[in-house]
Design a protein around this ligand. Structure first.
Ligand code: NAD
Length: 260
């Protein structure tokens, strides 16, 4: 089990969880492709990896755009020869009660989380099949792949959907050495979550401290946030785990918020 020399493409890798996944896998010897909308921030991650002695490139990619996804994957394969690991992680959050949830926001959420996962899988898997060398696909799910919360109709729907996609890819890819799993974090203090705290406080009519204590961390065993390192170490483990013994699974990393 080693990531040494493996080419890993991480979407949404310019920030938060995706960035930490990229840094962690790079420390374990992987060659990184930082795929994100935010080109400037992606370049900074590349610089950080190169400074630490690793190898990386940035590709500007909107995961909802098929041409952009295909072009980004081709750029990566042209430069590094293949894709061995795909971490489909790019995501956003929009919270609102369903009666106020804009249809355009619903479509945007499903496009980033589900179209993005589908398009990147479709483009990357053929390189994993090529030469029969296989690979590892990891979808960034959430505790919301298993649980529901108020205000998150589109997010919960999308994150549940990733479980279905991973199971199909696990079945299709099994005989060709491609594994697919979902990592399901609890709340992690990234920009995505920092933005939600005041929004949820306003929508639920409670204080921001109450959102953290009584909404976000209420069901954990210890009242603690999950960290980017917790999630990245799990992703790196799955990325390097090189048999079909673990495939079609979801791994929940949430301080016991959800126990399966
Ligand atoms: P973040 O906001 O820190 O980072 C998200 C990254 O995705 C950004 O760099 C952004 O530019 C990029 N991105 C957004 N839309 C994109 C698009 N269309 N194409 C390409 N890149 C795009 O968020 P994060 O908290 O690190 O979230 C990463 C993933 O983890 C998301 O899928 C999120 O749902 C999931 N997640 C987060 C938490 C949490 O508590 N933070 C918990 C569970 C799951």
């Amino acid at each position: 089990m080693s990531l040494q020399g493996k080419v890993a493409l991480v979407t949404g890798a310019a920030s938060g969880i995706g960035k930490e996944c990229a840094l962690t896998m790079s420390r374990q010897g992987a060659i990184l492709v930082i795929a994100d909308l935010n080109q400037a921030a992606s370049e900074l991650v590349v610089q950080e990896i190169v400074k630490a002695g690793g190898q990386a490139m940035a590709v500007t990619m909107d995961v909802t755009n098929e041409d952009a996804v295909n072009a980004g994957i081709e750029q990566a394969v042209n430069k590094f020869g293949s894709i061995d690991v795909l971490v489909s992680n790019a995501g956003i959050q929009i919270v609102n009660p369903i009666e106020d949830y804009l249809f355009s926001d619903w479509k945007k959420m499903l496009a980033i989380h589900l179209d993005g996962a589908f398009l990147t899988t479709k483009a990357a898997i053929k390189h994993m099949y090529a030469g029969g060398k296989g690979g590892s696909i990891i979808y960034m799910g959430s505790v919301h792949s298993h649980e529901a919360s108020k205000l998150k109709s589109a997010y919960v729907t999308a994150k549940h959907g990733l479980l279905g996609l991973a199971r199909v890819v696990a079945k299709e890819g099994g005989s060709r050495g491609v594994r697919a799993n979902v990592v399901c974090p609890g709340f992690v203090r990234t920009p995505l979550v920092e933005k939600q705290i005041p929004e949820q406080a306003a929508a639920l009519g409670i204080s921001e401290a109450d959102v953290v204590k009584n909404v976000m961390l209420k069901e954990t065993v210890d009242g603690e946030f999950t960290t980017v390192a917790d999630v990245a170490n799990t992703v790196a483990f799955l990325a390097g785990f090189d048999t079909n013994a673990i495939t079609g699974q979801s791994v929940v990393v949430s301080h016991g918020w959800y126990m399966q």
